[in-house]
Write a protein that binds this ligand. Structure first.
Ligand SMILES: Cc1cc2nc3c(=O)[nH]c(=O)nc-3n(C[C@H](O)[C@H](O)[C@H](O)COP(=O)(O)OP(=O)(O)OC[C@H]3O[C@@H](n4cnc5c(N)ncnc54)[C@H](O)[C@@H]3O)c2cc1C
Length: 174
């Protein structure tokens, strides 16, 4: 049996997303779709759904729902990327991580910080410095961009550990 057409899959995903995050967290009005179809690159896509999870479990459930329905999805932090990575190039669901912005636990001795993905990078820098450590990724957008995007590309942050270097007195480079 062939897969249902995309509009049917989108409707299914939308229904599941509403169940997961509630109706207020699921938007598909034209302005919201357009707003989340750009980043700092010159590219754009067009989101079908823009969904804001409230916690990790909701985020995981949304990813599972996208997989189950066969609808593409992309996570979006602050949308400051220059390479179009947060764009819904094939439509589908944009998952907003910016609302997941809590620091969950820290260990100054071991040098790690466990955060939700939407925490501002500046917040991580500050907390690491308070602990006598330094979180290495320091794009000049650090005051507005999120942790989530930097962690996969940083060996020091592949684990929940966020602090990566011995104490330093310097702040993030700009
Ligand atoms: C003024 C300005 C200055 C900048 N300076 C620098 C710089 O000095 N160095 C540099 O490297 N970059 C720089 N950038 C690019 C950009 O700011 C950084 O790459 C930043 O880390 C992107 O964070 P974001 O939260 O905006 O990510 P987004 O643009 O929202 O997402 C970027 C990518 O990460 C993915 N993503 C987002 N959250 C997650 C998650 N939780 N898990 C997995 N994937 C995720 C997205 O799907 C997308 O592919 C700059 C951008 C601007 C606008």
């Amino acid at each position: 049996m062939s897969d249902p057409p995309m509009p049917a899959r989108l409707a299914d995903l939308r229904r599941r997303a509403v169940e997961i995050v509630g109706p207020a967290g699921v938007r598909s009005d034209p302005a919201t779709r357009l707003l989340h179809s750009y980043d700092a690159s010159m590219e754009h896509g067009l989101a079908d759904l823009v969904v804001a999870p409230g916690d990790r479990d909701e985020l995981c459930a949304l990813v599972a729902a996208a997989y189950a329905t066969g609808v593409p999805f992309v996570p979006r932090g602050a949308g400051t990327g220059y390479s179009g990575g947060a764009l819904p190039a094939r439509g589908g669901m944009v998952i907003l991580t910016a609302g997941l912005d809590r620091i969950l636990a820290t260990d100054a001795e071991q040098g790690w910080i466990r955060c939700e993905p939407g925490v501002l990078l500046a917040t991580v820098h500050r907390r690491a410095a308070e602990m006598g450590w330094r979180y290495v990724p320091d794009p000049s957008s650090y005051q507005v961009c999120t942790l989530g995007e930097t962690s996969p590309r940083t060996p020091a942050a592949r684990t929940p550990s966020a602090a990566a270097r011995p104490p330093t007195t310097s702040g993030p480079s700009t």
